[in-house]
Design a protein around this ligand. Structure first.
Ligand SMILES: O=C(O)CCC(=O)C(=O)O
Length: 333
């Protein structure tokens, strides 16, 4: 333990994380610090609305709507919209359509991943040499009633099924001490789709995850396996976080509210351990021993994702992008 480590999380919080495999912090990042990401995403949405309208892909620009309503209105007409807002390239093994193989890697995202309060909490669990894994998702979830078809089942847009975070990592990361940090960009409530976790499930080893990706966009522990288990909803305020051990079983409820529910989930682990997603780039987020190795340049980060995209599309990278079948068991699924 370092001094910073002791000051960011109390002994009770650390014990609770050890015991339950999760920790919810109602308020961590000052909501004012989220303005940068809100502004960046408003500009992104504005540009996309112009472009999609000009291409005839949507019926209007919807510029009179506030951000959340505008996003929800446009994605209802253009279901691929979420790919332009995510902070990871799409998780696809096999055929890739360059037209939808997109992500957003703006400076506000990079700054958020390096937010000192987030890294202080990470340091408390992971230690002082912190690597920002490329396993990360921006989830902007419109009210469920506005969604139709497959979108409801896509975990970046609709509810998220039961899973352990280890499940989508290639086996190289089996020993990686990965910590998930889920940050609420809007408040997360039971009504709008907060996370739900099964306490202690991180001590039960890997669960069967069914890889019927057509049903959900990620491998999932079937509901019947989790039936009857104690599950704790984890509402947090805007700027609050939920931490997960990589083996903890959790999901996210559907958004039954009238407003957008928005979160970013990030992963961190000790520098030098495998990310489990070698096609995608991570970076040294904090180093107490070698601060000069930290990446502080948002543009360099964005370029590293551009290079990864080019390598994948050109075939220079030809491995699998993520794990989708390893935990499947036909007898259960
Ligand atoms: O926000 C969500 O829908 C799910 C997030 C999640 O399960 C995760 O970060 O592992």
């Amino acid at each position: 333990m370092t001094d910073t480590l002791q000051s960011a999380l109390s002994a009770e919080q650390l014990d609770s994380f050890e015991e339950h495999g999760f920790l919810a912090i109602e308020s961590l990042v000052d909501p004012d610090d989220l303005q940068e990401i809100e502004d960046e995403y408003a500009v992104l949405l504005d540009g996309l609305a112009d472009r999609l309208f000009a291409e005839g892909a949507i019926s209007g620009r919807f510029a009179d709507l506030e951000f959340g309503d505008r996003y929800s209105r446009i994605i209802a007409e253009y279901p691929e919209l979420h790919r332009f807002f995510n902070v990871s390239l799409p998780l696809l093994n096999g055929e890739i359509d360059p037209e939808t193989f997109h992500m957003h890697s703006g400076p506000a995202v990079f700054n958020l991943m390096r937010h000192p309060k987030i890294l202080d909490v990470v340091e408390a669990i992971v230690g002082p040499e912190i690597y920002s894994s490329p396993v990360q998702q921006m989830r902007m979830k419109p009210p469920e009633k506005a969604l139709h078809g497959d979108l409801k089942n896509h975990s970046n847009v609709g509810a998220t099924t039961w899973h352990q975070d280890i499940v989508a990592l290639l086996p190289e990361a089996d020993d990686t001490r990965q910590l998930t940090v889920w940050l609420a960009v809007t408040e997360a409530t039971v009504e709008n789709g907060c996370l739900v976790s099964v306490p202690g499930s991180h001590r039960e080893g890997p669960k069967v995850h069914c890889s019927n990706l057509a049903l959900a966009s990620e491998p999932q522990v079937p509901d019947k396996v989790m039936a009857g288990r104690e599950a704790v909803p984890l509402p947090v305020g805007k700027g609050g976080v939920v931490l997960f051990h990589k083996m903890n079983v959790h999901r996210a409820l559907p958004n039954r509210s009238d407003a957008l529910r928005w979160s970013i989930d990030m992963r961190f682990h000790p520098t030098g351990q495998a990310t489990g997603r070698p096609a995608f780039p991570g970076f040294v987020a904090r180093s107490r021993a070698h601060p000069e190795t930290e990446l502080r340049d948002a543009d360099a980060w964005a370029k590293s994702w551009d290079r990864a995209r080019n390598d994948i599309l050109s075939g220079r990278y030809h491995g699998r992008l993520f794990e989708d079948t390893r935990w499947n068991d036909a007898a259960v699924c």
